[in-house]
Design a protein around this ligand. Structure first.
Ligand SMILES: [Fe+2]
Ligand SMILES: [Fe+2]
Length: 264
C-alpha cells in the first residue's frame, strides 16, 4: 500500500501498486467518497490486507461507512470485502447481481445487506447520485463503474488502467509516451476480446463516456486523472486494430527467474 491521499475535497484514494515483471507497475486503487452516506469503492488486495484496513481506518471510521460499492468481483477488488463488511456493520454492499452470486460460491455473502445494480441504475447517497456505468472495456461481466454527479468523477473500474514505469500520485506525472504505451498494453491484455470488435462499434462505446464528460477519472489501475478524459479516450480509439498483447510464457518466466537470481 502507498500513502492514502485526497484527490478531491470529498474523495480519498487508497493506492497500492503491483509490480509487473519486466514492464513496471500496475496501480491498484480503492476510493472513499465522503458523501453524506460515505462510500468505499472496492476493497484492495488480500495480500496487503492489514495495510489496507489500516489505511482505510486512517481515512474514515469504518462504522461510518454506509456503502461498499464493488465494481466487479475480481480478486484485486474484493481482497478485503469480508473484513470491510465486518468492520462496517451499517454498510450495504452495492454490486451487480452476478458478482454477488459468484462470490457466494466462496463465502457467505449477507444477502440482506446487498443492493443489486445494473448499468444505468442509480443509488442516492444523501448529497449525490451514484449511477452504475458499464465501461467500454472490462475483464469481468459483472463490471459496473460509477458516475458521481456531484464530483463529476467517473470511477471506471479496470477501464483506463495502465502499466506505468513507477508509482505516482497523479496521471500528470506519467509522460505522454509512457501513458500511451502502458494504457494500450493494459487494455489489450485485460480485455483481449477488444480485437474482435469493429473499430466503429468500439468508438460508439467510447463516445458514451465522452458525452458523460467526467472531469475526473478514478480508474482502479491508473493514478487519478483530472481533465484528461478526452485525451485518454482518444488514446484508446485505435485499440481494436492494434497488435494484441501477448502474455509472457514459460520462456519469459525462466528469464525473469534467472534475472531475479542473478540480480540477488
Ligand atoms: Fe478486473
Ligand atoms: Fe482490476
Amino acid at each position: 500500500m502507498d500513502k492514502p491521499h485526497q484527490a478531491m475535497s470529498d474523495i480519498e484514494v487508497l493506492p497500492a501498486h503491483f509490480p509487473i515483471p519486466g514492464m513496471g507497475f500496475l496501480p491498484v486503487n480503492a476510493f472513499v467518497i465522503k458523501a453524506r452516506e460515505p462510500v468505499l469503492v472496492d476493497t484492495g488486495t488480500g495480500i496487503e490486507s492489514e495495510k489496507f484496513m489500516k489505511a482505510l481506518k486512517s481515512i474514515i471510521d469504518p462504522q461510518d461507512l454506509r456503502w461498499v460499492w464493488l465494481t466487479h468481483d475480481d480478486a484485486d477488488h474484493t481482497g478485503n470485502i469480508q473484513k470491510v463488511l465486518e468492520a462496517a456493520p451499517s454498510a450495504r454492499l452495492a454490486a451487480n447481481s452476478l458478482a454477488v452470486l459468484r462470490m457466494s460460491t466462496a463465502w457467505p455473502v449477507p444477502m440482506h445487506r446487498v443492493y443489486w445494480l445494473n448499468s444505468g441504475e442509480s443509488i442516492s447517497v444523501g448529497d449525490r447520485k451514484l449511477t452504475a456505468v458499464r465501461p467500454p472495456l472490462f475483464d469481468n461481466p459483472t463490471t459496473i463503474g460509477i458516475y458521481d454527479n456531484k464530483s463529476e468523477a467517473f470511477f471506471s473500474a479496470d477501464f483506463f488502467g495502465a502499466i506505468i514505469p513507477s508509482p505516482v500520485q497523479n496521471a500528470d506525472d506519467v509522460t505522454q509516451a509512457d501513458l500511451s504505451e502502458g494504457m494500450v498494453s493494459w487494455a489489450s491484455a485485460d480485455s483481449p476480446w477488444v480485437h474482435m470488435v469493429e473499430t466503429g462499434k468500439f468508438s460508439q462505446a467510447l463516445e458514451k463516456i465522452r458525452q458523460i464528460a467526467p472531469k475526473m477519472i478514478f480508474s482502479a489501475h491508473l493514478p487519478p486523472a483530472r481533465g484528461k478524459t478526452a485525451q485518454l479516450l482518444e488514446l484508446l480509439e485505435t485499440l481494436p486494430a492494434s497488435t494484441p498483447f501477448v502474455t509472457p510464457n514459460q520462456t519469459a518466466l525462466e528469464q525473469i527467474l534467472a534475472q531475479t537470481r542473478g540480480g540477488g
